[in-house]
Design a protein around this ligand. Sequence first.
Ligand SMILES: CC/C=C\CC/C=C/CC(=O)SCCNC(=O)CCNC(=O)[C@H](O)C(C)(C)COP(=O)(O)OP(=O)(O)OC[C@H]1O[C@@H](n2cnc3c(N)ncnc32)[C@H](O)[C@@H]1OP(=O)(O)O
Length: 285
Amino acid sequence: MQSALINGKKLCCSMLLKNCFRPLSAASGKLTNVEINDKTGVAVLTMNRLPVNGLNLDLLRDLLQSIQEIEKNKCRGLILTSASNTIFSAGLDITEMYKPDQERLKQFWNALQDVWLALYGSAVPTAAAINGHSPAGGCLLASSCEYRVMLPKYTIGLNETQLGIVAPKWFMSTFRNVLPRRIAEQALVQGKMFTSDEALKVGLVDELVASKEEALIKCEKFFASFSKTDPIARYLTKKQLRYNDMKELQDEKVQDVENFVSFVNQPTVQKSLGFYLESLKKKAK
Ligand SMILES: CC/C=C\CC/C=C/CC(=O)SCCNC(=O)CCNC(=O)[C@H](O)C(C)(C)COP(=O)(O)OP(=O)(O)OC[C@H]1O[C@@H](n2cnc3c(N)ncnc32)[C@H](O)[C@@H]1OP(=O)(O)O
C-alpha cells in the first residue's frame, strides 16, 4: 500500500483520501469546487466546467475567487485538478474570442491575467494533478504551479503557434520558469504538444502516476516536503524568484489587454478562430 509522510506521520492512501475532506463552500463557485483535507490542511481545487473545462469568463472568475479564498484560509497547499476523467483543461474557451462582445472580451483577458497573477504568485504552495489533456491555457495553469504530476497517455503544451497565435510574454515566462531555455524556445516556436512521457523527460512535469488518487497523494507529499521549512521564508523566496515575470505583466496589464483585443479582432484571426472551432465541432461528430 502507498504511504505518505505528512507532518512526520506515515499515512496510507486511504487514510489520506477517505473521510477527511470537507467542502470549503466560500471558496467554491458554480464551476469550481474546493475541498480541504482536514488532516493535512491541503485544498483540492477542482475545475468543473465539463466537458473540457474551457476557460471562459465565468470559470476564470470562479478560479480567482477559489484561489483567493484558499489563501485567506491559510491552507497548507493548493492542488489544481479537473472533474473530467480525460481533460485537465482545453485552454481558453475559443467562443469567448470568436465574434466577441468587446466589453466581455476585455473582462475575459483581465480575468485570465488575474488568475495567472494569483496562481503564479500564490503564497500557498501549489501543485497540479494533471488528470487529462492540457493544451494552451490548461498548460499555462499547470505550469504556474510549483509541482506537476500527470497521468499517462495525455498531452500537454503551449500549442499557440499551431493556431496562428503568438503566446503572450507571460505565458512564455511561465514555461521558461519550468523548462530549460532551449527546450522552452523550441517547444514554443513549434507549438509542441508533449505526450506525458515526453513531458516527464524534459521536466515539464515532475512525475507520472497511474491514477488521480495517486496524483493527489504525490502532491500532498510535495507539500509535506516543506514541513521543516519556514513558510514565510519559503514564500518570500518563491516571490523573489517569480518577481520579474509578475512585475512585467503588472506594469503592462492595460496594454496587454489592448494588444489582445486588437489581435483577436483582426479579420484574419477571426477567420482562423472560426475554422478552428468548426474543426473541433466536426471532430466531435
Ligand atoms: C496577443 C495575444 C493573443 C492571443 C493569445 C490567445 C491565447 C490562447 C491560448 C489558448 O488557450 S487557445 C485554446 C487552445 N486550445 C486548444 O487548442 C484545445 C482544443 N481542443 C482540443 O484539442 C480537444 O477538444 C481536447 C483534446 C481538449 C478534448 O478532446 P475530446 O475529448 O475529443 O473533446 P472534443 O474535441 O470532442 O470537444 C468537446 C467539445 O468541446 C469543444 N471544445 C474543445 N476545446 C475547446 C476550446 N478550447 N474552446 C471552445 N470549445 C472547445 C468542442 O468543440 C466540442 O464541442 P461540441 O459543441 O462539438 O460538443
